[in-house]
Design a binder for this molecule. Sequence first.
Ligand code: NAP
Ligand code: ZN
Ligand code: ZN
Length: 353
Amino acid sequence: MPTTVQGYAAHASNADLVPFSFERRDLRRDDVEIDILFCGVCHSDIHHVRNDWGGETYPIVPGHEIVGRVTRVGPGVTRFVEGQVVGVGCLVDSCRECSSCHHDLEQYCLNGSTLTYAGKDRHDGSLTFGGYSEKIVAAERFVLSIPAGLDLAGAAPLLCAGITTYSPLKRFGAGAGKKVAVVGLGGLGHMALKLAHAMEAEVTLFSRSPGKEEDAFRLGADKVVISKDEEQMKAVAGTFDLIIDTVPYAHDVNPYVATLAVEGALVLVGYLGPLEGDNAVNSAPMVFRGKTLAGSLIGGLAETQEMLDFCGQHGIVSDIEMIDIQDINAAYERMHRSDVKYRFVIDAASLGK
Ligand code: NAP
Ligand code: ZN
Ligand code: ZN
Protein backbone atom coordinates (compact mmCIF):
# COMPACT_ATOMS: atom_id res chain seq x y z
CA MET A 1 0.00 0.00 0.00
CA PRO A 2 1.31 3.49 -0.79
CA THR A 3 1.91 5.65 2.30
CA THR A 4 0.51 9.14 2.74
CA VAL A 5 3.16 11.60 3.94
CA GLN A 6 3.32 15.28 4.86
CA GLY A 7 5.63 17.59 2.99
CA TYR A 8 6.06 21.19 1.86
CA ALA A 9 5.58 22.15 -1.78
CA ALA A 10 5.66 25.12 -4.13
CA HIS A 11 2.68 25.19 -6.51
CA ALA A 12 4.02 27.97 -8.77
CA SER A 13 7.30 29.78 -9.43
CA ASN A 14 6.18 32.89 -7.58
CA ALA A 15 4.49 31.12 -4.67
CA ASP A 16 5.66 30.37 -1.14
CA LEU A 17 6.09 26.78 -0.07
CA VAL A 18 3.03 25.46 1.77
CA PRO A 19 2.01 22.20 3.49
CA PHE A 20 1.26 19.42 1.01
CA SER A 21 0.37 15.79 1.55
CA PHE A 22 1.08 13.13 -1.07
CA GLU A 23 1.74 9.41 -1.46
CA ARG A 24 5.00 7.48 -1.40
CA ARG A 25 4.89 4.39 -3.59
CA ASP A 26 4.81 0.85 -2.27
CA LEU A 27 8.23 -0.79 -2.35
CA ARG A 28 9.63 -2.21 -5.55
CA ARG A 29 12.08 -5.12 -5.35
CA ASP A 30 15.19 -2.97 -4.83
CA ASP A 31 13.56 -0.08 -2.95
CA VAL A 32 14.51 1.31 0.44
CA GLU A 33 11.96 3.29 2.48
CA ILE A 34 13.46 5.97 4.69
CA ASP A 35 12.04 8.03 7.56
CA ILE A 36 13.61 11.42 6.96
CA LEU A 37 15.41 13.01 9.94
CA PHE A 38 17.10 16.01 8.30
CA CYS A 39 17.17 17.69 4.90
CA GLY A 40 19.59 20.40 3.80
CA VAL A 41 18.44 23.45 1.82
CA CYS A 42 20.47 23.83 -1.39
CA HIS A 43 20.47 26.89 -3.63
CA SER A 44 19.32 24.53 -6.40
CA ASP A 45 16.05 24.14 -4.45
CA ILE A 46 15.47 27.86 -5.00
CA HIS A 47 16.43 27.64 -8.69
CA HIS A 48 13.90 24.81 -9.19
CA VAL A 49 11.08 26.45 -7.22
CA ARG A 50 11.58 29.80 -9.01
CA ASN A 51 11.84 28.00 -12.40
CA ASP A 52 15.21 29.70 -13.05
CA TRP A 53 16.18 26.91 -15.47
CA GLY A 54 12.73 26.62 -17.12
CA GLY A 55 10.52 23.61 -17.79
CA GLU A 56 9.41 22.86 -14.20
CA THR A 57 6.24 20.91 -13.40
CA TYR A 58 4.46 21.81 -10.16
CA PRO A 59 3.96 21.00 -7.36
CA ILE A 60 7.63 20.84 -6.41
CA VAL A 61 8.63 19.25 -3.10
CA PRO A 62 12.32 20.20 -2.99
CA GLY A 63 15.13 18.64 -0.96
CA HIS A 64 18.08 16.50 -2.05
CA GLU A 65 20.33 16.51 1.01
CA ILE A 66 18.53 13.81 2.94
CA VAL A 67 19.54 11.82 6.01
CA GLY A 68 17.17 9.36 7.61
CA ARG A 69 16.59 5.92 9.00
CA VAL A 70 15.57 2.84 6.99
CA THR A 71 12.06 1.68 7.87
CA ARG A 72 11.49 -1.06 5.26
CA VAL A 73 13.35 -2.68 2.38
CA GLY A 74 12.18 -4.48 -0.76
CA PRO A 75 12.86 -8.23 -1.12
CA GLY A 76 15.87 -7.73 -3.42
CA VAL A 77 17.73 -5.26 -1.17
CA THR A 78 21.07 -6.57 0.13
CA ARG A 79 23.02 -3.54 1.44
CA PHE A 80 20.56 -2.02 3.89
CA VAL A 81 18.51 -3.17 6.85
CA GLU A 82 15.76 -1.60 8.93
CA GLY A 83 17.08 0.92 11.44
CA GLN A 84 20.24 1.83 9.50
CA VAL A 85 21.12 5.53 9.08
CA VAL A 86 21.35 6.37 5.39
CA GLY A 87 21.44 9.27 2.96
CA VAL A 88 19.87 10.20 -0.37
CA GLY A 89 21.31 12.91 -2.59
CA CYS A 90 20.27 14.44 -5.89
CA LEU A 91 19.49 11.19 -7.73
CA VAL A 92 17.04 8.37 -7.04
CA ASP A 93 17.50 6.38 -10.27
CA SER A 94 19.19 6.22 -13.68
CA CYS A 95 19.07 3.86 -16.68
CA ARG A 96 21.89 1.70 -15.21
CA GLU A 97 22.79 0.55 -18.76
CA CYS A 98 24.53 3.40 -20.58
CA SER A 99 28.30 3.96 -20.58
CA SER A 100 28.02 6.69 -17.90
CA CYS A 101 26.06 4.38 -15.60
CA HIS A 102 28.57 1.58 -16.25
CA HIS A 103 31.39 3.94 -15.28
CA ASP A 104 29.84 5.06 -11.98
CA LEU A 105 28.87 8.42 -13.46
CA GLU A 106 25.11 8.09 -12.94
CA GLN A 107 24.82 11.89 -12.77
CA TYR A 108 25.69 11.94 -16.47
CA CYS A 109 23.31 9.09 -17.43
CA LEU A 110 22.93 9.32 -21.20
CA ASN A 111 19.26 8.40 -20.91
CA GLY A 112 18.64 11.02 -18.23
CA SER A 113 19.09 10.30 -14.53
CA THR A 114 16.01 10.54 -12.29
CA LEU A 115 16.27 13.56 -10.02
CA THR A 116 15.22 13.17 -6.39
CA TYR A 117 12.62 15.89 -6.95
CA ALA A 118 11.18 17.64 -9.98
CA GLY A 119 12.09 14.50 -11.92
CA LYS A 120 10.00 11.83 -13.58
CA ASP A 121 9.98 8.28 -12.23
CA ARG A 122 11.28 6.09 -15.09
CA HIS A 123 8.89 3.20 -14.27
CA ASP A 124 5.52 4.85 -13.63
CA GLY A 125 6.08 8.36 -15.01
CA SER A 126 5.07 10.06 -11.76
CA LEU A 127 6.63 13.30 -10.58
CA THR A 128 9.36 12.76 -7.97
CA PHE A 129 9.09 14.52 -4.61
CA GLY A 130 12.11 15.30 -2.44
CA GLY A 131 13.26 15.58 1.13
CA TYR A 132 11.08 18.39 2.50
CA SER A 133 8.85 15.54 3.65
CA GLU A 134 8.48 12.79 6.23
CA LYS A 135 9.58 9.80 4.13
CA ILE A 136 11.23 8.92 0.85
CA VAL A 137 11.50 5.73 -1.21
CA ALA A 138 14.57 5.22 -3.40
CA ALA A 139 16.30 2.37 -5.24
CA GLU A 140 19.10 0.76 -3.23
CA ARG A 141 21.85 1.79 -5.68
CA PHE A 142 20.99 5.44 -4.94
CA VAL A 143 21.06 5.11 -1.14
CA LEU A 144 24.27 5.89 0.78
CA SER A 145 25.60 4.72 4.14
CA ILE A 146 26.31 7.49 6.64
CA PRO A 147 29.54 6.77 8.55
CA ALA A 148 29.16 6.35 12.31
CA GLY A 149 30.22 9.30 14.43
CA LEU A 150 29.09 12.11 12.12
CA ASP A 151 26.48 14.57 13.37
CA LEU A 152 23.44 13.58 11.31
CA ALA A 153 22.07 17.08 10.69
CA GLY A 154 25.53 18.30 9.67
CA ALA A 155 25.98 15.27 7.42
CA ALA A 156 22.85 16.01 5.35
CA PRO A 157 24.49 18.75 3.19
CA LEU A 158 27.29 16.36 2.28
CA LEU A 159 24.79 14.62 -0.02
CA CYS A 160 24.85 17.57 -2.44
CA ALA A 161 27.18 20.40 -1.32
CA GLY A 162 29.77 17.83 -0.21
CA ILE A 163 29.88 15.67 -3.31
CA THR A 164 29.55 18.60 -5.74
CA THR A 165 32.80 20.06 -4.45
CA TYR A 166 34.59 16.77 -3.60
CA SER A 167 34.20 15.40 -7.13
CA PRO A 168 36.01 18.19 -9.05
CA LEU A 169 38.63 18.47 -6.28
CA LYS A 170 39.45 14.79 -6.86
CA ARG A 171 39.13 14.90 -10.65
CA PHE A 172 41.56 17.82 -10.92
CA GLY A 173 44.06 16.48 -8.41
CA ALA A 174 43.65 18.68 -5.31
CA GLY A 175 46.18 17.56 -2.71
CA ALA A 176 49.47 18.36 -1.02
CA GLY A 177 51.52 20.89 -3.00
CA LYS A 178 48.47 22.10 -4.99
CA LYS A 179 46.98 25.57 -4.78
CA VAL A 180 43.19 25.50 -4.76
CA ALA A 181 40.82 28.49 -4.73
CA VAL A 182 37.10 28.57 -4.07
CA VAL A 183 34.80 31.31 -5.39
CA GLY A 184 31.88 32.17 -3.07
CA LEU A 185 31.46 31.28 0.58
CA GLY A 186 28.02 29.71 0.73
CA GLY A 187 26.88 26.12 1.18
CA LEU A 188 29.07 24.66 -1.57
CA GLY A 189 31.93 27.08 -0.94
CA HIS A 190 32.30 26.28 2.75
CA MET A 191 32.33 22.53 2.00
CA ALA A 192 34.98 23.11 -0.69
CA LEU A 193 37.19 24.89 1.87
CA LYS A 194 36.85 22.05 4.37
CA LEU A 195 37.42 19.29 1.82
CA ALA A 196 40.35 20.93 0.00
CA HIS A 197 42.00 21.63 3.37
CA ALA A 198 41.52 18.00 4.45
CA MET A 199 43.09 16.92 1.13
CA GLU A 200 46.12 19.02 2.23
CA ALA A 201 45.93 21.57 -0.57
CA GLU A 202 46.80 25.21 0.07
CA VAL A 203 43.39 26.90 0.03
CA THR A 204 42.27 30.42 -0.92
CA LEU A 205 38.77 31.87 -0.73
CA PHE A 206 37.55 34.45 -3.25
CA SER A 207 34.63 36.33 -1.72
CA ARG A 208 32.70 39.48 -2.59
CA SER A 209 31.85 39.89 1.04
CA PRO A 210 34.42 41.44 3.39
CA GLY A 211 33.75 40.15 6.91
CA LYS A 212 33.84 36.47 6.02
CA GLU A 213 37.64 36.22 6.57
CA GLU A 214 37.57 34.85 10.11
CA ASP A 215 35.06 32.16 9.18
CA ALA A 216 37.05 31.27 6.06
CA PHE A 217 40.22 30.67 8.08
CA ARG A 218 38.31 28.56 10.59
CA LEU A 219 36.81 26.52 7.71
CA GLY A 220 40.20 25.73 6.20
CA ALA A 221 41.28 28.69 4.05
CA ASP A 222 44.92 29.79 4.23
CA LYS A 223 44.15 33.06 2.47
CA VAL A 224 41.16 35.26 1.54
CA VAL A 225 41.00 37.45 -1.55
CA ILE A 226 38.22 40.05 -1.87
CA SER A 227 37.26 39.62 -5.51
CA LYS A 228 36.06 43.22 -5.91
CA ASP A 229 39.51 44.55 -4.97
CA GLU A 230 41.62 44.79 -8.15
CA GLU A 231 44.92 45.04 -6.27
CA GLN A 232 44.18 41.86 -4.34
CA MET A 233 43.22 40.11 -7.60
CA LYS A 234 46.43 41.23 -9.33
CA ALA A 235 48.51 39.94 -6.43
CA VAL A 236 47.31 36.37 -7.11
CA ALA A 237 47.63 36.41 -10.94
CA GLY A 238 48.92 33.09 -12.34
CA THR A 239 48.68 31.32 -8.96
CA PHE A 240 46.10 28.53 -8.76
CA ASP A 241 46.14 24.96 -10.01
CA LEU A 242 42.39 24.67 -9.51
CA ILE A 243 39.48 27.03 -8.89
CA ILE A 244 36.02 25.79 -7.87
CA ASP A 245 33.50 28.50 -8.81
CA THR A 246 30.23 28.19 -6.85
CA VAL A 247 28.58 31.50 -7.83
CA PRO A 248 24.89 30.81 -8.65
CA TYR A 249 24.38 33.60 -11.21
CA ALA A 250 25.92 34.76 -14.50
CA HIS A 251 29.22 36.49 -13.76
CA ASP A 252 32.52 37.43 -15.35
CA VAL A 253 34.93 34.47 -15.02
CA ASN A 254 37.82 36.20 -16.84
CA PRO A 255 39.31 37.78 -13.68
CA TYR A 256 39.40 34.32 -12.06
CA VAL A 257 40.92 32.68 -15.17
CA ALA A 258 43.72 35.25 -14.86
CA THR A 259 44.57 33.85 -11.43
CA LEU A 260 45.07 30.30 -12.78
CA ALA A 261 48.62 28.98 -13.14
CA VAL A 262 49.80 27.41 -16.41
CA GLU A 263 47.53 24.40 -17.16
CA GLY A 264 45.31 25.34 -14.23
CA ALA A 265 41.58 24.59 -14.37
CA LEU A 266 38.52 26.61 -13.38
CA VAL A 267 35.51 24.40 -12.71
CA LEU A 268 32.04 25.94 -12.78
CA VAL A 269 29.58 24.22 -10.44
CA GLY A 270 27.16 27.09 -9.77
CA TYR A 271 25.94 29.02 -12.80
CA LEU A 272 24.22 27.21 -15.69
CA GLY A 273 23.80 29.05 -18.97
CA PRO A 274 25.46 31.36 -21.46
CA LEU A 275 28.18 33.82 -20.47
CA GLU A 276 27.52 36.73 -22.82
CA GLY A 277 28.19 40.42 -23.21
CA ASP A 278 30.44 41.70 -20.41
CA ASN A 279 30.69 38.11 -19.14
CA ALA A 280 31.88 36.56 -22.44
CA VAL A 281 34.87 34.27 -21.95
CA ASN A 282 38.20 35.22 -23.54
CA SER A 283 39.85 32.09 -24.94
CA ALA A 284 43.35 33.58 -25.18
CA PRO A 285 44.48 32.54 -21.67
CA MET A 286 43.20 29.01 -22.37
CA VAL A 287 45.37 28.85 -25.49
CA PHE A 288 48.50 30.72 -24.38
CA ARG A 289 48.68 29.18 -20.91
CA GLY A 290 46.98 25.82 -21.53
CA LYS A 291 44.23 26.62 -19.06
CA THR A 292 40.99 24.65 -18.77
CA LEU A 293 37.46 25.94 -18.23
CA ALA A 294 35.34 23.01 -17.06
CA GLY A 295 32.09 22.15 -15.35
CA SER A 296 30.93 19.45 -12.98
CA LEU A 297 27.64 18.00 -11.77
CA ILE A 298 27.36 16.42 -8.27
CA GLY A 299 29.09 13.00 -8.43
CA GLY A 300 28.32 9.35 -9.06
CA LEU A 301 27.08 7.07 -6.30
CA ALA A 302 30.40 5.28 -5.71
CA GLU A 303 32.20 8.60 -5.44
CA THR A 304 29.49 9.96 -3.13
CA GLN A 305 30.08 7.01 -0.78
CA GLU A 306 33.85 7.61 -1.04
CA MET A 307 33.26 11.27 -0.08
CA LEU A 308 31.08 10.28 2.90
CA ASP A 309 33.73 7.83 4.09
CA PHE A 310 36.41 10.54 3.68
CA CYS A 311 34.26 12.88 5.79
CA GLY A 312 33.82 10.11 8.36
CA GLN A 313 37.61 9.66 8.60
CA HIS A 314 38.26 13.40 8.84
CA GLY A 315 35.26 14.32 11.00
CA ILE A 316 33.90 16.68 8.36
CA VAL A 317 30.30 17.89 8.38
CA SER A 318 28.59 21.07 7.23
CA ASP A 319 28.23 24.14 9.47
CA ILE A 320 24.49 24.38 9.76
CA GLU A 321 21.62 26.46 11.03
CA MET A 322 18.72 24.18 11.91
CA ILE A 323 15.25 25.36 10.95
CA ASP A 324 11.68 24.13 11.22
CA ILE A 325 9.95 23.53 7.89
CA GLN A 326 7.59 26.40 8.74
CA ASP A 327 10.61 28.77 8.35
CA ILE A 328 11.52 27.62 4.85
CA ASN A 329 10.27 30.71 2.97
CA ALA A 330 12.22 33.04 5.25
CA ALA A 331 15.27 30.81 4.78
CA TYR A 332 15.05 31.22 0.97
CA GLU A 333 14.94 35.00 1.42
CA ARG A 334 18.02 34.90 3.62
CA MET A 335 19.91 32.70 1.12
CA HIS A 336 19.26 35.34 -1.54
CA ARG A 337 21.10 37.79 0.68
CA SER A 338 23.94 35.25 1.32
CA ASP A 339 22.82 35.38 4.96
CA VAL A 340 23.40 31.80 6.06
CA LYS A 341 26.28 30.18 7.90
CA TYR A 342 26.55 28.03 5.92
CA ARG A 343 23.65 25.70 5.27
CA PHE A 344 20.07 25.63 6.47
CA VAL A 345 18.98 22.16 7.51
CA ILE A 346 15.34 21.29 8.07
CA ASP A 347 14.52 19.28 11.19
CA ALA A 348 11.99 16.88 9.66
CA ALA A 349 10.34 16.41 13.06
CA SER A 350 8.83 19.88 12.53
CA LEU A 351 6.63 18.48 9.73
CA GLY A 352 4.49 16.92 12.45
CA LYS A 353 3.84 20.27 14.16
P1 NAP B 1 24.64 29.63 -1.61
O1 NAP B 1 24.74 28.92 -0.31
O2 NAP B 1 23.55 30.60 -1.82
O3 NAP B 1 26.08 30.31 -1.88
C1 NAP B 1 26.42 30.99 -3.06
C2 NAP B 1 27.58 31.96 -2.78
O4 NAP B 1 27.96 32.56 -4.01
C3 NAP B 1 27.21 33.10 -1.87
O5 NAP B 1 27.39 32.80 -0.52
C4 NAP B 1 28.14 34.22 -2.31
O6 NAP B 1 29.40 34.11 -1.67
C5 NAP B 1 28.33 33.92 -3.78
N1 NAP B 1 27.45 34.76 -4.62
C6 NAP B 1 26.10 34.82 -4.56
N2 NAP B 1 25.61 35.65 -5.50
C7 NAP B 1 26.67 36.12 -6.16
C8 NAP B 1 26.83 37.02 -7.25
N3 NAP B 1 25.77 37.60 -7.83
N4 NAP B 1 28.08 37.28 -7.67
C9 NAP B 1 29.14 36.70 -7.07
N5 NAP B 1 29.04 35.85 -6.04
C10 NAP B 1 27.83 35.56 -5.60
O7 NAP B 1 24.48 28.56 -2.78
P2 NAP B 1 24.96 27.03 -2.85
O8 NAP B 1 23.90 26.17 -2.28
O9 NAP B 1 26.34 26.94 -2.39
O10 NAP B 1 24.88 26.79 -4.42
C11 NAP B 1 25.71 27.51 -5.31
C12 NAP B 1 25.32 27.22 -6.73
O11 NAP B 1 25.68 25.88 -7.05
C13 NAP B 1 23.82 27.32 -7.03
O12 NAP B 1 23.65 27.88 -8.32
C14 NAP B 1 23.36 25.87 -7.06
O13 NAP B 1 22.22 25.67 -7.87
C15 NAP B 1 24.57 25.22 -7.67
N6 NAP B 1 24.72 23.79 -7.41
C16 NAP B 1 25.30 23.05 -8.39
C17 NAP B 1 25.51 21.70 -8.20
C18 NAP B 1 26.20 20.89 -9.25
O14 NAP B 1 26.10 19.68 -9.23
N7 NAP B 1 26.94 21.49 -10.16
C19 NAP B 1 25.13 21.12 -7.01
C20 NAP B 1 24.57 21.91 -6.01
C21 NAP B 1 24.37 23.25 -6.22
P3 NAP B 1 30.23 35.40 -1.20
O15 NAP B 1 29.28 36.24 -0.41
O16 NAP B 1 31.31 34.78 -0.39
O17 NAP B 1 30.76 36.08 -2.41
ZN1 ZN C 1 21.97 20.69 -4.32
ZN1 ZN D 1 22.47 5.62 -17.78
